[in-house]
Design a protein around this ligand. Structure first.
Ligand code: DGJ
Length: 787
């Protein structure tokens, strides 16, 4: 609900659980009075207002008629540079005289139903939520002929605001934007703690939490993509906030390029949060009459801890960001060829692998990198999106049709934004490569970036992809992007406009993916950028899901997913069971643990199914059946982080179906600890009055993890790695302890779910979980008696 009280010139934006109150100052700036827990819209709100009877020390006054008002001491909704606010500005605009001082003042506003979408820019949509409203506030810097519109869309049931700004030039001469934040949120005195998601390739989404101190904490991407280095995400909390209690404000940006997210504590202890374009490689010329729309930023509030802030972001992604017929559909279990074959395959091998996938109960077969041009390694052929005549002499269609005949969906990998120097595309259009006028462009993974700022390049890509996606019955596309941008420059702009390149390139990308996804609405699209180098909300406005990380190790993946869950729901993250030892860290973990890690996402198998032992085949068959039964809950349920990863990599999570009748809890054990008592897992989100049947997912192991010790357990003369040992190891499965019990929701959410007693060195017995490092346990909860 958005209201405006004309007498007090106060706005009140309210969700189910939050209130945002701000007023128009006499001088026309907007002062934030409250941005936190819900207040009764009836007010009165006088107690939120502060007056400034006398100037403070060395402050600068906003103007001569208000000598005691310093904007430096005010919580502002927008903070364009100038007029005495010395914190980071939310907007810097230089006019034709080179003057950067702005003085934007309120001129009017509108409250409209729903949420507008800006063409060509990804955004959230109101959908079926009739409660969504948008406030647009106009401000003007009259002397310079500049206009600023602040937009606030309130999603009341998610306690969310979507915010973005538009700057227009109505002056006679050009103006130049030098810095634009989509959102500026000023808070009162802290203290606050800030959480960011930081990482790198194969270790995405590490959680960094630190108290804010005077000065700024800033994360940026200057890589042309939103990047694995710092996800465009901030979580601001009061210091005692936990997963379940305290105030939390979670922010993200609906954007896939260079970004800056920062929090600053001013000398007077005011905290300012800003999210927007990174100003380092940015400037944008506005000719007279032109406007600039910033990307959207999102903030959700929770006064019940950071857990609900994530859950609200998850709902926004599921219901107001992801689009198209696949949005609410159960996602198919897939087999992917990348870590199974890398570049080494042909048509016969693919069809045979697809048959193996079908035998295991999988539903979608994805041919990853290596099917096009002459691509036997990563040094060639990007850009030549025609089947490799050696590997697929009859093209894609016959292979796809054979695979579809098996009863599988068929998927393909592409990397359209890129070009290999060794490709027909680069040879015929060398000028389409992003490069400066003076240097050879720097390579990344042996490839170059196409200049998506150029309309002819975009047209070529849309045509090439349209031809490819129409050439065979393709149900799924993995859209990859394997390098950062560099050498930012384009011959299509004048020298003064080169600062527009990074943002224009991202807008070019949105144009391409917008056209392709509109032309092929039935295709399931998965976003990928060397894993999670661009797993942001901008891409999710076009693509249904995203490949979080190339790291599928059973120890690392749950930790990566824990971090990602701060702003992405499991309904969008692809998670695969890969080979052991793991190809990224060479760690050996059990097939069951690898599955348990993947189970809390969109499961796929990315290992050679032809080389499985009979025992492994049996394990996978059971996993697949189990996942199919529970996937709606696992993919679309409410996700809870239960245990944050510690030094020994233990972590735990839970997902609960929307009607609370089913839930799945997982404990990822990390490094085995000697001689410890079993732990309990305190659950959340269940129906407190309902009785749940709790069943551990039955797991099995072959004898290999026990090495020589197995002689003590089996009545066979087994010589370690001898013929008999190998024969038994390949076929014989030992069931692991799988307790079944009943408990009421309130008990599970207070006393907790008892984990099985871990192996502690003194032998095997019923009631002991025979697992070492990185053993996991999953429990399925099914409501038996409704309250
Ligand atoms: C990087 C992706 O993250 C991988 O899954 C795989 O598709 C490779 N690219 C292929 O080159």
């Amino acid at each position: 609900m958005i209201t405006f009280d004309a007498d007090t010139r106060r706005f009140h934006l309210a969700g189910d659980g939050f209130s945002h109150v701000f007023r128009i100052l006499e001088t026309g700036q907007l002062e934030c009075l409250h941005f936190g827990a819900r207040l009764d819209p009836a007010g009165p709100f006088e107690a939120l207002e502060r007056s400034f009877p006398l100037a403070y020390g060395s402050t600068t006054a906003v103007d001569a008629t208000h000598p005691s008002l310093s904007l430096d001491l005010v919580r502002l909704e927008a903070s364009p540079w100038g007029r005495g606010d010395y914190r980071e500005p939310s907007l810097i605009v230089e006019d034709a005289q080179g003057d950067r001082t702005s003085d934007f003042r309120y001129t009017g506003h509108r409250i409209v139903d729903g949420k507008p979408l800006c063409p060509g820019v990804p955004g959230l949509y109101a959908g079926n939520d009739a409660g969504v409203e948008t406030l647009e506030i106009d401000m003007e810097d009259r002397p310079r002929g500049l206009k600023l519109t602040l937009r606030y869309s309130v999603f009341p049931h998610c306690d969310a605001e979507v915010r973005w700004v538009c700057v227009s030039n109505s002056a006679q001469g050009p103006a130049r934007l030098l810095s634009v934040s989509s959102l500026n949120a000023d808070f009162g005195p802290g203290p606050f703690t800030l959480t960011t998601l930081d990482g790198a390739w194969i270790r995405e989404y590490g959680v960094t939490r630190a108290p804010l101190v005077p000065g700024a904490r800033e994360i940026t991407s200057r890589r042309g993509v939103s990047s694995a280095a710092h996800a465009p995400f901030l979580l601001l909390e009061e210091p005692d906030t936990t997963e379940t209690s305290g105030n939390a404000w979670a922010f993200t940006l609906v954007y896939s390029g260079n970004h800056r997210c920062r929090a600053e504590v001013s000398p007077h202890g005011l905290t300012r949060v800003q999210l927007g374009l990174d100003p380092l490689h940015f400037s944008w010329t506005l000719a007279p009459g032109e406007s600039f729309e910033s990307p959207e930023a999102v903030v959700v509030l929770s006064d019940r801890g950071r857990g609900p802030s994530s859950a609200k972001l998850h709902t926004l992604v599921r219901q107001h960001l992801v689009r198209g017929p696949w949005r609410d559909q159960a996602r198919p279990l897939l087999a992917n060829t990348w870590e199974s074959f890398y570049f080494q395959f042909n048509a016969a091998k693919l069809v045979s692998a697809a048959q193996k996938a079908k035998d295991r109960g999988l539903e979608l077969f994805v041919v990853d990198d290596g099917w096009f041009g002459k691509r036997d390694d990563d040094t060639s052929s990007l850009g030549d999106w025609i089947p490799d005549p050696k590997k697929l002499p009859r093209g894609l269609r016959p292979v796809a049709e054979k695979i579809k005949k098996l009863g599988l969906l068929f998927g393909i990998w592409v990397e359209p934004e890129m070009v290999s120097q060794n490709s027909d595309l680069a040879r015929s259009h060398p000028d389409w490569i992003v490069q400066g006028p003076s240097h050879q462009p720097s390579p990344g993974r042996n490839q170059q970036v196409l200049d998506l700022t150029r309309p002819e390049v975009r047209t070529h890509l849309v045509d090439a992809m349209t031809r490819l996606l129409s050439s065979a019955p393709i149900d799924y596309v993995k859209w990859d992007m394997n390098r950062n941008l560099n050498d930012l420059w384009s011959p299509s702009f004048s020298p003064e406009r080169q600062g527009e390149f990074a943002h224009r390139w991202v807008l070019g990308l949105y144009d391409v993916v917008g056209q392709i996804t509109t032309r092929f609405p039935g295709i399931l699209f998965e976003n990928c950028a060397s894993g999670g180098n661009r797993s942001d909300w901008g891409m999710l406005a076009y693509f249904h899901q995203t490949w979080l990380s190339d790291d599928t190790d059973a120890a690392e993946r749950p930790i990566i997913q824990h971090g990602a869950s701060f702003f992405l729901p499991p309904s969008v993250w692809g998670a695969h069971v890969s080979a052991g030892p793991n190809h990224q860290v060479l760690r050996r973990t059990s097939l069951e643990a690898r599955f348990d890690a993947a189970a809390f996402g969109l499961v796929g198998y990315e290992l050679d199914l032809a080389v499985l032992t009979p025992a492994e085949r049996t394990i996978i068959d059971k996993q697949v059946l189990w996942y199919k039964d529970l996937r709606l809950c696992l993919q679309f349920g409410t996700y809870h982080r239960l245990v944050a990863p510690g030094a020994n990599k233990t972590t735990a999570c839970l997902t609960v179906s929307s009607d609370k009748t089913r839930a799945v809890a997982a404990w990822f054990g990390g490094l085995a600890q000697p001689n410890v008592l079993p732990q309990t897992l305190v659950l959340r989100g269940l129906d407190p009055g309902a009785v749940y049947k709790v069943e551990a997912r039955p797991q099995a192991t072959d004898i290999r993890p026990f090495g020589d010790l197995i002689k003590q357990a089996l009545p066979l003369p087994l010589k370690l790695n001898g013929v008999l040992y190998t024969l038994v190891a390949d076929r014989y499965l030992m069931p692991l302890e799988a307790p079944v019990f009943r408990a009421r929701g309130d008990l599970l959410m207070t006393a907790g779910l008892p984990l099985t007693r871990p192996f502690h060195g003194t032998g095997a017995a019923a009631g002991i979980l025979l697992g070492g490092d990185f053993t996991s346990q999953i429990f399925v909860l099914t409501q038996e008696v409704s309250p």
